[in-house]
Design a protein around this ligand. Sequence first.
Ligand code: NAD
Length: 537
Amino acid sequence: MNKINKMMTAEQLLHDPLLNKGTAFSQKERDLFGLNGLLPPRILTINEQKTRILKNFNSKQNNIEKYIYLMGLHDRNETLFYRIIIDKIEEMMPIIYTPTVGEACEKFGYLYRRPRGLYISFKDKGNIKSILKNWQSNTVDIIVVTDGERILGLGDLGANGMGIPIGKLSLYTSCAGIDPSKTLPIMLDLGTENKDLLNNPNYLGVKHNRVRGNEYNEFIDEFMDAVSYIFPDSMIQFEDFANRNASRLLKKYQNNYRMMNDDIQGTASMCVAGILGSQKITGRNLSEEKLLFYGAGAAGIGIGDLYALAVSKTGISVENARKQCWFIDSRGLVVNGRDNLSDDKKPFAHKFKQLNDLTEIISEIKPTALIGVSGQGQAFTENAIRKMSEINNRPVIFALSNPTSKSECSAEQAYNWAEGKCIFASGSPFNPVHLDGKTHIPGQGNNAYVFPGVGLGVVASKTKRVTDEMFLIASNIISNSLSKHDLENGRVFPPLTKIRELSLNIATAITKSVTDKISKDSIENKMYKAYYDNYDT
Ligand code: NAD
């Protein structure tokens, strides 16, 4: 945490969001730092401040207004911001992250108020180190970086994608107690293909088509070298890179840098956790599942790979385990012999006839789970879901595409069409569904169950690399955290209110896999708690 020191001026204190307490500065602090007269006289507690903020928050007309209001607070007083997010995580997460953050990114040029994080454009090639040195500190635990090419399911939003690293890092702090002063959002502005943005006078990124090929690769190589040199203790999370870059960059860097890709590894861990959770309801075991993925991009293939790793722990080879995963992409079922099959899909291509219709594919393959990672809203038809529940007692239906408009089906559709039998989870949150006297609580397959805890474990253990095994550890911890009550309600993810405890457990298990020298208590003690430091003592 940034600490107040005696040399600080009133101006500095009031305008540093990491130190500002607003109306909560004590009388002693007001005397010491010359704050008397600069603040209204009544001194409030953090809880009184929270009540005021929540009243204002609740008076906002819609989610984007709420987002703007919270970001204003984030820029003024981070402690209060995090106190509110932590205490009201279920209500706040859909505002500070998906789905609202998607709309915020689309409108980034209009919503931009104050700088946060670093922008590095392709014009800075050769000079990246010096830009990184402009950051206020070289003590950074977590960096989230994007090039803005595949923002949620919304596509190429160029420099507007900065809302994503900012949002993700807020979740690191609220869900796992990563010190906000040690987080760094980075936007790599490599241009955009988004014509609307290129023609928009309010677009704040470089108005240039995307840089590709060697120039792109050299830029990212330089960035990775520079960022690991300037911030040697940081874990670098890649976020919302397009499929064409996400998987290959992960493969290229994961063994040489302390990095991970949340869209691939975090999603995989979350989804495998969901499947493991569903098995506590269905009674199936790992080798009995047949997973049908609708979408064979970075997220889908990542889930397939991690699932195969999980199955391989039962003694089955990874190659055989992959046979339990089937993929559909925009050209239909992924089968052997199809033209131009990319290398990452080939291990999952089955010797099977080419089919295109989802319901027909379900009838032929008889999957136990249907997992949507296509970014195609409403792709799961009534027929497809009815077929899933005809084949299975308890079909697993995960509609993971974000934001809500891209979800492959809604919770209501899934439960209705499956006549209440399905185990459902989605990427964006849906309200509980009441059907035939029973309430079904849809799980939110939120990566926030995974990456904050993994990041905390990586930081605490000081491990040099982030491995796939760590993500599997996270999946197991998440599914084992489900209560009897969760399972009775068909929930395969625990309530978000448990998330800090869950992140701590993930971090402890990851740390244990690396070293036996760090205890759970010592990790917990270092977690940021979002209360004001008391300067009076
Ligand atoms: P991607 O672009 O890499 O992959 C999309 C895949 O969908 C491609 O294989 C494409 O061929 C396929 N596809 C497109 N149109 C199709 C169609 N009509 N029929 C069948 N397949 C089709 O994207 P990604 O990174 O894999 O992400 C996909 C979606 O998953 C996004 O909407 C994203 O928001 C979501 N996602 C959710 C979570 C989460 O809920 N926690 C995490 C990561 C990604």
